[in-house]
Write a protein that binds this ligand. Structure first.
Ligand code: ADP
Ligand code: MG
Length: 149
């Protein structure tokens, strides 16, 4: 299933993600695609709020992975620098096992993305306007998509 919506502000993107977070389940996987500055980390911050994470969620570009504790743990992966890296970092053991796993730049690690997941693509339309395309694979993720208006 697929939905498309427009966000007209950073706050609206955060609110949307925060609402979605209330419905996330243990072991779920969300991918975030889009250019630098599209709003992938901003969306993740909204998920964090919704999961009751109080720590500031920053871009994990230089660390690849950060884990935060909340109602469900949030595992935030930024695969930007992983292109062509075939070394096993143990990410496969993290993704889709425990907590909520959010992956920025999933295109860099296609072999590690489970078949069933929620795929979000953010496109920058103007300074403050973003188009979000949200696609679900599998019944659990179809149900998640239902809560997004
Ligand atoms: P990415 O992780 O995709 O590189 P970031 O989330 O770090 O992007 O940055 C997105 C930037 O765009 C932030 O400075 C944010 O305030 C700004 N922004 C402006 N409008 C929006 C919007 N509608 N949704 C999300 N971010 C927005
Ligand atoms: Mg980012």
């Amino acid at each position: 299933m697929k939905k498309q919506l427009i966000s007209t502000s950073r706050t609206q993107t955060i609110d949307l993600a925060q609402h979605l977070a209330g419905h996330l389940f243990n072991g779920c996987v969300i991918t975030l695609s889009g250019d630098l500055g599209a709003g992938k980390t901003t969306f993740t911050q909204g998920l964090g709020h919704g999961l009751g994470i109080t720590k500031l969620i920053s871009s994990p570009t230089f660390t690849i992975m950060k884990q935060y504790h909340g109602r469900l743990d949030l595992i935030h992966i930024d695969a930007y620098r992983l292109e062509g890296l075939h070394q096993d970092l143990g990410l496969d053991e993290l993704i889709g096992t425990d907590g909520v796993c959010v992956i920025e730049w999933p295109e860099q690690i296609p072999h590690l993305i489970p078949a069933e997941h929620l795929a979000i693509t953010i496109k920058r339309l103007t300074e403050d306007k973003r188009q979000l395309t949200i696609e679900s694979t599998g019944s659990a993720y179809d149900a998640l998509l239902e809560v997004i208006q």
